[in-house]
Design a protein around this ligand. Structure first.
Ligand code: BES
Ligand code: MN
Ligand code: ZN
Length: 490
C-alpha cells in the first residue's frame, strides 16, 4: 500500500513530484483553501490562474498545473471540495481520493489540504489511501499507485493526529482487502480458498479462525449452506472469526453473505445479470476485514464474525425449485427460486450467531436486486430492530457511507407462506428487499438486529469517483467499525 507520513514541514520547501491543494467555492467563485502554509506569492499567483485553468472547485474536479516559482514540487494539483465554508469531512476524503487517484504512476506527493484537526487529518489520510487503491492482480502493465504521500498538518506531531492516521491506515487496509476479495476472479476465490485466505489474514492477529467444512456443516445441520452449495463442485464453508478482548464492553455478531459466484442456480440468471455476480461475497469480505480492523484497533468489544460461503451453480446435483431444506435449528424452507439463495445461507449463519446470545447481530449482504431499484447504486439499505437500525444509519453518516433506513412491514411476510414448509424463500415481487429482510427476521429471534442490503453500493459498475475505484468498493466496513467504536466508547 501507499506509504503515508505526517509532516509539519513547510510545504513550499518539500521536494516532491506533486503538491495537492484544495479549491472550494464561495459566492459562485473558486477559492484556494490554503490548508497549508503556502507563501502568499504562491497562493496569489495560483488564485489568479484558476479561471484560466477552468477550475470551478466542484467535487471530483482535479486539475494539474505547473507548480512555478515558490514551490519545490514540480506540479500542483488542484482538487475540488465544493462549498468552501465548513468543508465536510466526506468532501475532504473525496477530494484527497480523487487527487491521489489521478496521480497514479507518481512517486512523491504532498497533500496541502485542510488538516488542522485530528478528524480532518484522518479524513484526508483515509481518502488519499483509498483513492490510491488499484486492483492489479491480473494486469501485466499499467501505472502503480502513488508510492509515498506526505500529509502536511500543523498538528502533525500531536498524539491525536498520529492516532487519526493510524486509524485511517487500518481502515484503508481493511477496505482495500475487502475490495481485493470482491475483485478476485471467482475461479480463484471460492468457499475453500476464501476460508484459507481468512485463515492466512488472521494469522499473527488476535482473531481466531474456525472453519466448518462440508462434513462439519452436515453434522451441524446447516441445510441452507449445503442446499445452496450442492450444485457446485466446490463445497460450502462456514468461517467463524472470534476477536475476544479481555475487558469487552459488549458482544457484536457480524454475519456476511459470501456467495463466491451467483449464477442463480437452476433458476438461472440471464447472462447480463451474471456479469457482476462474483461480487456476491462482498458482505463476507466486509465482515472479515471489519473483524480484523477491530482487532488491529484493539477495540474493547467482543466481535464474532460469521462468513457464510457457498457457490450457487446449476448442475445435476443442484437444488431444485420446490426442494424443501432444513435450516440450522429446525425451521424448514421451500426453495421456490434457487436465485433467492442469500437468505438461505444467512438463515443458517443468523441462527448460529444467535446461539451465543450476543448483544446485537448485524448482517451485511448483496441480497436483492430490489435494493438497487429502491435506492440506486450508491445508497445501501438498513432494516432491523428500530434502535440498532438507527444506530447503524447514524454511524454510516459519520463514517462517510450512505445508508438509509427501511421498514419491515409485517403484512408482506404473508406472501412467503409455503404450501408444504414453514416458509418459502420467495414472496411478493413488490418490496422484494423488504420481503428478504422479513425472511431473515424469522431466524434472528429476539436479539437487537440490523440487516444491511448492499446490492448496489458493494460494486461500482460506473467510473471511478472520489476515493471509490471501479469494481469492489468495500462498502460497509467503515460503518460497521464505527458501530463497534461507538459501543467501545459507551
Ligand atoms: N445476489 C443477488 C442480488 C443482487 C442482484 C445483488 C443484483 C447485486 C446486484 C441475489 O441472490 C438474487 O439473485 N436475488 C433475487 C431474489 C429474487 C429471486 C427473489 C433478485 O433480487 O432478483
Ligand atoms: Mn441470487
Ligand atoms: Zn445472490
Amino acid at each position: 500500500m501507499t506509504e503515508l507520513t505526517l509532516t509539519t514541514k513547510t510545504v513550499a520547501r518539500i521536494k516532491a513530484d506533486a503538491v495537492v491543494v484544495a479549491v472550494g467555492q464561495r459566492d459562485g467563485n473558486p477559492v484556494l483553501l490554503d490548508g497549508a502554509d503556502l507563501p502568499r506569492s504562491v497562493t496569489s499567483s495560483l488564485t489568479a490562474l484558476l479561471p484560466a485553468l477552468g477550475v470551478k472547485g466542484g467535487t471530483d474536479e482535479v486539475v494539474r498545473a505547473v507548480a512555478g516559482d515558490g514551490l519545490a514540487a514540480e506540479v500542483v494539483v488542484l482538487t475540488g471540495v465544493g462549498p468552501a465554508d465548513d468543508v465536510e469531512l466526506e468532501a475532504l476524503r473525496r477530494a484527497a481520493g480523487a487527487a491521489v487517484r489521478s496521480l497514479a504512476g507518481t512517486g512523491d506527493v504532498v497533500l496541502a489540504l485542510p488538516a488542522e484537526t485530528a478528524e480532518q487529518v484522518g479524513a484526508v489520510a483515509e481518502g488519499a489511501l483509498l483513492g490510491a487503491y488499484r486492483y492489479a492482480r491480473y494486469r501485466s502493465s499499467g501505472p502503480a499507485p502513488v508510492a509515498r504521500i506526505e500529509l502536511a498538518s500543523p498538528i502533525a506531531r500531536t498524539k491525536d493526529a498520529k492516532a487519526a492516521l493510524a486509524r485511517a491506515v487500518i481502515i484503508a487496509e481493511g477496505v482495500s482487502g475487502a475490495r481485493d476479495l470482491v475483485n478476485a476472479s471467482p475461479s480463484d476465490l471460492y468457499p475453500q480458498s476464501f476460508a484459507e485466505e481468512a485463515t492466512a489474514l488472521a494469522k499473527g492477529t488476535k482473531v481466531k479462525v474456525q472453519v466448518l467444512d462440508d462434513k462439519a456443516l452436515r453434522a451441524g445441520g446447516y441445510g441452507g449452506l449445503l442446499g445452496v452449495g450442492q450444485g457446485s463442485e466446490r463445497p460450502p464453508r462456514m468461517v467463524k472469526l472470534s476477536y475476544s478482548p479481555a475487558r469487552a464492553k459488549a458482544h457484536y455478531a457480524l454475519v456476511g453473505k459470501g456467495i463466491t459466484f451467483d449464477s442463480g442456480g437452476l433458476s438461472i440468471k440471464p447472462a447480463k445479470g451474471m456479469e457482476t455476480m462474483k461480487m456476491d461475497m462482498a458482505g463476507a469480505a466486509t465482515v472479515l476485514h471489519t473483524v480484523l480492523a477491530a482487532a488491529a484497533l484493539e477495540l474493547p468489544v467482543k466481535v464474532t464474525g460469521w462468513l457464510a460461503l457457498a457457490e450457487n451453480m446449476p448442475s445435476g446435483t443442484a437444488q431444485r425449485p420446490s426442494d424443501v431444506i432444513t435450516i440450522r435449528g429446525g425451521k424448514t424452507v421451500e426453495v421456490l427460486n434457487t436465485d433467492a439463495e442469500g437468505r438461505l445461507i444467512l438463515a443458517d449463519a443468523l441462527v448460529a450467531a444467535g446461539e451465543e446470545s450476543p448483544d446485537a447481530v448485524i448482517d451485511i449482504a448483496t441480497l436483492t436486486g430490489a435494493q438497487m431499484v429502491a435506492l440506486g447504486s450508491q445508497v445501501g439499505a438498513v432494516m432491523g430492530t428500530d434502535e440498532l437500525r438507527d444506530e447503524v444509519v447514524a454511524a454510516a453518516g459519520s463514517a462517510g457511507e450512505q445508508f438509509w433506513p427501511m421498514p419491515l412491514p409485517s403484512e408482506l411476510a404473508e406472501s412467503m407462506k409455503s404450501q408444504v414448509a414453514d416458509i418459502a424463500n420467495m414472496g411478493d415481487r413488490f418490496g422484494g428487499m423488504l420481503v428478504a429482510g422479513l425472511f431473515l427476521k424469522e431466524f434472528v429471534g429476539q436479539l437487537p438486529w440490523a440487516h444491511l442490503d448492499i446490492a448496489g453500493p458493494a460494486f461500482n459498475e460506473g467510473k471511478p469517483r472520489g476515493y471509490t475505484a471501479q469494481g469492489g468498493t468495500g462498502t460497509g466496513l467503515r460503518t460497521l467499525l464505527t458501530v463497534l467504536e461507538r459501543a467501545a466508547a459507551r
